[in-house]
Design a protein around this ligand. Structure first.
Ligand SMILES: Cc1cc2nc3c(=O)[nH]c(=O)nc-3n(C[C@H](O)[C@H](O)[C@H](O)COP(=O)(O)O)c2cc1C
Length: 177
């Protein structure tokens, strides 16, 4: 069962949970989910929106660019350490995260991307617009911290790849019961 919610009633919880990590789900040939710590709940073009920031190297980016849809899953209560570790460090290119993290999927209501029962606060989105960061236009201290040149050449640590911001129109919001 799903209890529909008004997203503004949960803005505080969403902001707090983002600091610990929430899940960004996509549905390509298979379901995949990655942990995100950056996100923005707000309004754009008079529409309710959730914006996510995805690095070039993520499998999630590949799928998002094809499908234009994502669902955000947020814990109500303590996050599951296995789910956060699997979804925050392994790539959907290499593993099936549904199996590895024992994710229990819940069919979507409006877009085509399932939610996750263990993280029941659910926001379904359809991408309105995406834009890749232009690193040369970012402040120097941000570049040094988040896109350091010094790690180029160390594939596991190479963080030179920019983020793309995906502005998702919120098309549904509910709690999976
Ligand atoms: C706490 C935390 C927050 C993260 N936030 C982001 C984020 O906002 N954007 C991003 O591109 N990667 C972020 N990551 C890294 C991805 O979750 C990680 O690279 C993941 O394995 C990518 O999965 P995928 O290749 O299946 O898309 C974060 C990781 C952690 C541990």
């Amino acid at each position: 069962m799903k209890e529909k919610i008004s997203i503004k009633d949960y803005a505080g919880i969403i902001t707090e949970e983002l600091k610990k990590g929430v899940l960004l789900n996509t549905q390509g040939e298979k379901f995949n989910s990655m942990l995100i710590g950056w996100g923005a709940l707000g309004t754009v073009w008079n529409l309710p929106a959730f914006t996510v920031y995805v690095r070039e190297s993520r499998y999630t980016k590949e799928v998002l660019d094809k499908t234009g849809e994502f669902t955000i899953s947020i814990p109500l209560g303590n996050p599951d350490p296995v789910i956060n570790r699997v979804c925050g460090s392994l790539s959907g290119r290499d593993v099936d995260k549904v199996e590895s993290a024992k994710l229990e999927l819940a069919a979507p209501e409006t877009n085509g991307v399932p939610g996750i029962r263990q993280y029941p606060l659910t926001i379904e989105c359809k991408v309105l617009y995406s834009q890749r960061e232009e690193l040369s236009e970012l402040p120097e201290d941000i570049i040094e911290t988040f896109y350091p040149e010094s790690l180029v050449g160390f594939p596991e640590f190479d963080m030179r790849d920019p983020h793309t911001a995906y502005i998702g129109r919120i098309v549904d919001a509910y709690i999976i019961k």
